[in-house]
Design a protein around this ligand. Structure first.
Ligand SMILES: [Zn+2]
Length: 521
């Protein structure tokens, strides 16, 4: 675990270069006490003189570092006297090349010249190579962090080409740092420098701890930048830094705390959105579906980051996704109850299925879907006449059934249900006509008339009365026959179709029967 009070941890943050004592004071890491004193006198003189001459004492400042305040400079002169602070600051500043006097001069002449020198030195071997690689690592790291801090501090979002430029800086910086992190020669060089201090606090143990802590605190810079971007809701940039951390991560213990810091603002945003929609929902549940889509849209980036950066089952990922999907589920239920628009509810549940990440929620969505399907089926059934499947229903054909029959010695227990099947007025009329016997009488009269006519005129008049009787009977018979067959047909078709009505079909399958009560024994 990391020592909380380690100077390395204290200094290794996004200010590691901007606030570096060598950077603020404009002296090289090789600075002697005598040179340092002279620098102090120069700065004090410039400060006393005031005006712009003060600023002229800081042409060495790299990147977008503003001229430090006098107090910052005075503090830096005190800080540099602390051996631990000085050695950590040296580690994160440019080291003098064996061939050149001062790095600051090389950089002052233009960093491109310095870069060219170091790149040349990096292909040599030994100490020269290590120093050059170290300086290149520091320079690209400084540029990268400086640009990031500037964008974070600005009110706007990063420019479109920022991402690519940053990737280049970071890739280069990592490329150089990685060559050093596990290089024993490099750490020997550092240990040698530490010994030169001849300071009882800076022992061999200090260098060993430093080497072990270095990758962790190094990632800490990216963690802080990621968190700062997340707070700014620039999630793509936040994600970039987590990618860097995961690429170089060595202190696995710290991953969790870093992720907690990073995701906290996202979790807060999700909570805020949900609270807001929850209270709106109370006012207008019929807007629930709108809230589902708004919440999903507004949390789209957060969800993508959570899914992209955290493994399946990670606490933070599960928490975020399930908070969002539980809320969406509440909104669609409220919407469905308010509008009966089950079709849209079903569609939104399909969407939620892909988000649900806990077994509990998956189960709820599954059972909700089944209920909604039944609701939808029922609603569709109510919208059209079950019998002609053409017209709108305005009445019901009622079928009474009984079931769950339980007989014991003395009594029969059963349940009774009346199922109302939607029927249109046309079908209702046909049903009524076919169940009366009026048709039979009409056919009887017609038959009687025909019999009378045949009997009177075609055969002989005396038989006409007989003709009426025969003809009438015959007509009545035919009439009854025709009408009862018509009645049979329509009632039969009503009965047949009724048996297919889902609710009745289900009851029949469960052993229910038509009628009001079971027959008595
Ligand atoms: Zn009908």
């Amino acid at each position: 675990m990391l020592d909380k009070d380690s100077k390395l941890k204290q200094l290794c943050n996004e200010n590691v270069y901007r606030g570096n004592v060598f950077h603020i004071l404009g002296v090289g890491t090789e600075v002697t006490p005598r040179k340092l004193r002279r620098r102090r006198e120069d700065i004090e003189a410039a400060h006393e003189f005031g005006g712009t001459s003060w600023k002229q004492a800081f042409p060495h400042l790299l990147g977008t570092r503003e001229t430090p305040t006098y107090q910052e400079v005075c503090d830096a002169f005190v800080r540099i006297e602390d051996p631990e602070e000085r050695i950590v600051s040296e580690f994160f500043w440019f080291w003098p090349s064996e061939s050149k006097d001062s790095v600051s001069n090389a950089l002052l002449a233009g960093s491109n010249d310095a870069i060219k020198e170091w790149e040349k030195d990096a292909s040599v071997s030994g100490k020269t190579r290590l120093i050059a690689i170290h300086n290149l690592a520091v320079l690209y790291h400084l540029y990268a962090i400086d640009a990031e801090v500037q964008v974070i501090a600005s009110s706007g979002m990063p420019a479109s080409d920022f991402h690519d430029a940053m990737c280049e800086y970071w890739d280069k910086s990592f490329e150089y740092w990685e060559q050093l992190a596990d290089d024993d020669d490099f750490w020997d060089l550092f240990a040698e420098r530490v010994r030169e201090f001849n300071e009882p606090r800076l022992t061999g143990g200090f260098v060993r701890r430093f080497r072990a802590e270095f990758p962790v605190v190094f990632d800490n810079i990216n963690a802080q930048l990621a968190a700062a971007y997340a707070k700014k809701e620039a999630y793509t940039e936040a994600q970039r830094h987590v990618t860097y951390m995961l690429k170089t991560m060595s202190g696995l213990d710290d991953v969790q705390s870093i992720l907690n810091v990073l995701f906290e603002p996202m979790e807060n945003k999700v909570k805020r959105l949900i609270d807001n929609y929850d209270s709106k929902l109370k006012q207008s549940p019929e807007q629930g579906l709108e809230f589902v889509f708004s919440l999903l849209e507004e949390t789209d980036e957060i969800r993508r980051i959570a899914v992209g950066m955290l493994s399946d089952g990670h606490k933070i990922r599960t928490g975020l996704l399930s908070d969002i999907s539980w809320a969406c589920n509440r909104y669609q239920v409220a919407y469905g109850n308010a509008t009966k628009d089950w079709r849209s509810c079903l569609d939104s549940l399909e969407l939620l299925k892909t988000l649900a990440c806990t077994p509990e929620l998956k189960e709820i969505i599954q059972s909700d879907s089944e209920i909604l399907k039944k609701n939808l089926e029922y609603k569709t059934l109510q919208e059209i006449c079950w019998f002609c499947k053409e017209r709108k229903p305005n009445d019901t054909h009622n079928v009474t059934m009984y079931g769950d029959v339980q007989r014991d010695y003395m009594q029969v227990k059963y349940r009774q249900l009346t199922i109302r099947i939607p029927i249109c007025s046309e079908c209702q009329k046909k049903k009524r006509l076919s169940s009366s016997s009026k048709d039979g009488c009409i056919w009887g009269l017609i038959g009687g008339g025909i019999g009378f006519f045949i009997g009177t005129f075609i055969y002989f008049p005396a038989a006409s009365i007989l003709g009426v009787i025969f003809g009438g009977a015959l007509g009545l018979g035919i009439g009854e026959g025709v009408s009862s067959s018509r009645k049979d047909n329509f009632i039969k078709s009503i009965n047949k179709k009724s048996r297919q009505f889902p609710q009745i079909k289900e009851l029949l399958e469960e052993g229910w029967q038509f009628g009001y009560s079971p027959p008595k024994r």
